[in-house]
Design a protein around this ligand. Sequence first.
Ligand code: DGY
Length: 327
Amino acid sequence: MATPRVLQTNRLPASATAYLRAHAEVEVNESGDPLPPQELRRRAAAHDGVVCLLTDRFDAQLIGALPTGFKVIANVAVGYDNIDVAAASSRGIMVTNTPGVLTETTADLAWALLMAAARRLVEADRYVRAGRFRRWELMDFLGCDVHGATLGIIGMGRIGQAVARRARGFAMRLIYHNRRPLPAPLEQELAASYVPLETLLGEADFISLHVPLTPQTHHLIGMPELRRMKPTACLINTARGPVVDEAALVIALRDGCLGAAALDVYEREPALSPGLAELPQTVLLPHLGSASRRTRERMARMAAENCVAALRGERPPNLVNPEAFRG
Ligand code: DGY
């Protein structure tokens, strides 16, 4: 059998590239920049599979242009909204992702954002760096208590649950909304109560989003939802930017409909909606959810293993579209 050919669309930790090289002929885009769509299409056409990042868009057009026999798109991310899975399935191309390995790291970051927004860490840090800290002031930088507050989690999958577990240490009241309630023993273990979305929006002091981006979750949080929040509430988004109507969020923050927003992801990433960066009550990160060295290494290795399994004709461990597997 001929050695399979893999396109690695960007740099990966060395161990992942080495694994790919041990099993395939590998072309690596070493530039550090995502390949422009035309270039991605041109290069992918000469390969049997691709290991890609969430910044690579595999839309129906690009997938339609892949050669017959192209086997796998292995995404180095748990989310795969950058790939038109239906188009891939219709061409028998397997799509894989990297669930599990980034759960705890992403939950850590959601908490870092929550704490930063609650206690105004970014504003205060800027103040100190600007040389403005002259003396201790009783009424400066007053924030919100995290302990004893109500945490509302929207999306109770792996990451939502990991965020929920951390709430215990802060003696928080925990409410959540999900497509369906969790099994009762799990609810009990997490001390979490299922509530309708409207209730969650009206009662939570901190609202953390953990849903995948789908047509159903696009703009799940728009102006009507923002208006339901407490004027002191803080919205945390480590999921996907388009889950929130970002233009509405800017208006709502300006109008005082909610108190703060702590965001790791953006609607038109990496661009920010006009006005967002000027608002002092925002904490803005560059999509760092899974960005610990160990987790990113594990994600890359997992994607490489998914890719190699598919090229060998095996069912990859993290197959998103089983209908594309012709075992
Ligand atoms: C993912 O995996 O989907 C994150 O957004 C990046 O880690």
